[in-house]
Design a protein. Structure first.
Ligand SMILES: [Zn+2]
Ligand SMILES: [Zn+2]
Length: 253
């Protein structure tokens, strides 16, 4: 299994050439896109023609995780409908979105094969078995495990520290974990409030250690933070190798 980060920006605020959240996962000839945030499509098109994306998994309905779905669906109107696995309630919300933004919402609806997943119920997508798990964020948010060829990628989605995060990451070959914040850096009051919705790098490291992950990749790091310091703070907490996910820096799972 191969993972290519296409966008790693927290809140969708990118550095130059960056993008909101998006990760291309490939096994054989199958391409699965985990999240489809702002700016992801331009990076995705470097690796796979947009009409060849087999399925999309949306972790939660924050714009930095799904807003490029809109142009992706527009492109797909000329091809087979796009299978999108999305949280419960997504269909009604996306319908509203199409009605608000489009002069021809029917075009988007017909390009979309939306399947609302249930937490803990595995989804089959080609060689992948994707299992959503409910996390704790300021909107319903679902991390997932992606299994193929006896390897497991665990993706945290956006979440605060919660017991089910270590269950999600248990024994994963790669744990792709949000680390929006750093300890002791930035505005203390802002950080305190953000901890209701997000993790620090040190917390990501603690979870990786508890879950016995083989490797940890930090992502969704605030744009003004030094990713190297995030890696150092996480690495203090766990023995497995820690990296910061970076657009186009592929990772083997
Ligand atoms: Zn986010
Ligand atoms: Zn979010």
């Amino acid at each position: 299994m191969h993972l290519i980060p296409l966008g790693v920006a927290a809140g969708g605020v990118p550095g130059p050439g960056g993008a909101g959240s998006g990760y291309l996962v490939q096994e054989g000839s199958t391409s699965l896109l985990l999240d489809c945030g702002n700016g992801v499509l331009g990076n995705l098109a470097r690796y796979v023609p947009l009409q060849r994306v087999d399925a999309v998994y949306i972790s939660h309905l924050h714009p930095d995780h799904f807003s490029d779905l809109y142009p992706l669906l527009l492109q797909r109107t000329k091809f087979a409908p796009l299978t999108v696995h999305a949280p419960p309630g997504a269909k009604a919300k996306l319908d509203k979105w199409f009605d608000l933004l489009s002069s021809n919402p029917g075009v988007y609806r017909s390009a979309l094969d939306l399947r609302e997943y249930e937490p803990d119920a595995p989804i089959k997508a080609g060689p992948f078995r994707v299992t959503p798990r409910a996390m704790e964020h300021n909107v319903p948010s679902f991390g997932c495990t992606v299994e193929a060829a006896r390897r497991t990628l665990a993706y945290s989605s956006d979440t605060r520290l919660c017991p089910q995060l270590a269950d999600l990451a248990r024994d994963a070959q790669l744990f792709l974990c949000e680390a929006t914040l750093q300890e002791g850096v930035g505005d203390a009051e802002f950080n305190r409030r953000q901890l209701h919705a997000h993790l620090t790098a040190a917390q990501a490291g603690q979870v990786a250690a508890k879950a016995n992950c083989r490797a940890l990749a930090l992502t969704h790091i605030m744009y003004y933070l030094d990713a190297g310091l995030s890696v150092a703070q996480a690495q203090k907490e766990c023995l497995c190798p820690v990296t910061a996910a970076k657009e186009h820096a592929g990772l083997r799972v």
